[in-house]
Design a protein around this ligand. Structure first.
Ligand code: ADP
Length: 493
């Protein structure tokens, strides 16, 4: 492992994309009560944003409510054109957006640029889908009835988003919401608000009318109370931890909101003896170490067949040992810092727990000195199934390996969790691949690949990993209501 210690100042071509104000009703709110945002690579202050409570959040809901019907009354083609322009502006300013993202989130600048492109892809996709939100004409149940099903926007949407993908987790919600004719109030993570605010600025420039898109920053609990409790909000969409998601979803039931949840995973990565080991190691690096292991689809457990186990462990450990750890703004870094000290403490605890239960450390396993919250990329072999690493989402750069004998054991180990988001499978046997993909209790299966996310395919989990799907043609479903118009007609003049 190489560790880089330098960091650089925030170089932006358009400094007005760095905004220390919330965005409500088309206006930039600079309240005096502020909260600080720091750079996880250096521990330094980046800037401050307004610390909104319930009152200011309600004003954002007022604005979104007032704007919703006029926005929905525009043609789908018009709404799509605005979204397309927004996507274009996001791509045009990719470099600045990536710089802001890396500064507040920590990920390597190349990954941040990749996320900007990914974020824009949802805006473009839903710009296209806007004109295809068609209803249905159904064969009637009686000769004097006509049945028409309209798809109407659900209304005002509230979105709470996490820090690990500060742009894409917003566009995959705002894209379909705006395409369908909904308006939205977004609460980004308090750790990464500047990406969301820059995105809103570009939305404003793209022609999104005042009140259609609002970004509130501040106290999560107070803002959350309004976003889950206000009866004017008809849909709540959340990406984040399972515990907070469950709690907020329960609150939404008082006002019977539509709820979408994208929660934690516990992804298995299964490697059979017949796998292409080069592809499996590449897939393992992609599925485990992207964003320093801080994604909900990151592998949490490597489940490897006994015949290939030693070779896979050695090859993976060798690759992981070569990863370069350093500030994300330094183009040489493969691994940025973890988001905060709490994350470092959790990852350290998971490693200690595994070693305490008999696992062997092959590489890494330590915190890295310096001001930032870095943790060395780690591989552990012979991790027992009851280790914290296997039971809880580690959300860090630690690969824990477990051994299995046969297919039945692999399935039992993989499905032994209440989560069901992503899973990965490496095998070259056709029959086995079909049996296994059918047996895995997950919303997504990567077969011979560690990368599964794209705007064109449905993303989401089963079991306690969530409700609903984001992206793809299904991603719009959570933002529309079906309205039946049942008409009685006289069949003779
Ligand atoms: P993580 O543990 O990965 O940070 P969280 O679930 O805590 O995930 O955070 C995801 C989002 O949920 C963030 O925007 C965060 O501010 C928000 N959040 C956390 N706690 C609450 C709460 N009590 N009410 C509303 N939002 C919350």
């Amino acid at each position: 492992m190489t560790v880089l210690l330098q960091d650089y100042a925030l170089p932006l071509s358009r400094s007005d994309l760095f905004i220390e104000a919330a965005y409500v009703g088309g206006k930039w709110a600079t309240d005096t009560d502020r909260m600080e945002v720091t750079n996880p690579a250096t521990g330094e202050l980046i800037g401050t944003v307004p610390n909104f409570g319930a009152k200011q959040t309600s004003l954002a809901v007022d604005a979104a409510t007032a704007a919703q019907k006029p926005w929905a009354a525009l043609t789908a083609g018009y709404r799509g054109a605005v979204l397309r322009e927004w996507a274009r502006l996001v791509l045009e300013h990719a470099r600045d957006l990536a710089t802001i993202m890396t500064a507040e989130q920590g990920k390597p600048i190349a990954e941040a640029r990749g996320e900007v492109v990914y974020a824009a892809s949802f805006l473009e996709w839903f710009a296209e889908e806007a004109r295809r939100i068609d209803g249905e004409v159904i064969q009637p149940h009686a000769s004097d009835r006509r049945l028409l099903v309209r798809k109407e926007p659900v209304g005002v949407v509230a979105a709470i988003t996490p820090w690990n993908f500060p742009l894409a987790m917003i566009t995959r919600k705002a894209g379909p919401a705006l395409a369908a004719g909904c308006t939205i109030v977004i609460k980004p993570s308090e750790l990464t608000p500047f990406s969301a605010l820059a995105l809103a600025k570009l939305g404003e420039e793209a022609g999104i009318p005042a009140g259609v898109l609002n970004v509130v920053t501040g106290d999560a609990a107070q803002i959350g109370d309004v976003l889950t409790g206000d009866p004017r909000i008809r849909k709540f969409t959340f990406t984040g931890s399972t515990s907070i998601g469950k709690m907020l979803a329960a609150r939404c039931m008082d006002t019977v909101k539509r709820v979408s949840l994208e929660l934690g995973g516990n992804a298995p990565f299964i490697v059979f003896d017949d796998a292409d080991i080069d592809a499996a190691v590449d897939g393992a690096i992609a599925a485990k170490f992207r964003n320093s292991g801080q994604t909900c689809v990151c592998t949490n457990r490597f489940i490897v067949q006994e015949g290939i186990y030693d070779e896979f462990a050695n090859r993976l450990s060798e690759r992981v040992g070569k990863l370069v750890v350093g500030p994300g703004l330094d183009g040489r870094s493969d691994q940025g810092p973890l988001i905060d000290q709490r994350a470092v403490a959790r990852v350290s605890a998971h490693v200690e727990d595994a070693v305490g239960r008999g696992a062997t450390l092959m590489t890494g396993g330590t915190t890295v000195c310096g001001p930032g919250t870095f943790f060395s990329p780690t591989v552990l072999r012979d991790v027992p199934a009851d280790a914290l690493l296997c039971r809880e989402e580690t959300f860090g750069p630690v690969a824990g390996l477990l051994k299995f004998r046969d297919e039945a054991e692999a399935i039992a180990m993989a499905n032994d969790t209440r989560s069901g988001l992503a899973s990965y499978l490496f095998t070259r046997d056709l029959d086995r691949s079909i049996r296994m993909t059918e047996a895995l209790e997950y919303g997504m299966v990567g077969l011979n690949t560690g990368v599964i996310s794209t705007e064109v395919a449905p993303f989401g989990g089963i079991k306690e990993s969530g409700l609903g799907r984001e992206g793809s043609r299904h991603g719009i479903d959570d933002y529309v209501e079906l309205k039946l118009v049942c008409t009685a007609i006289k069949t003779t003049p």
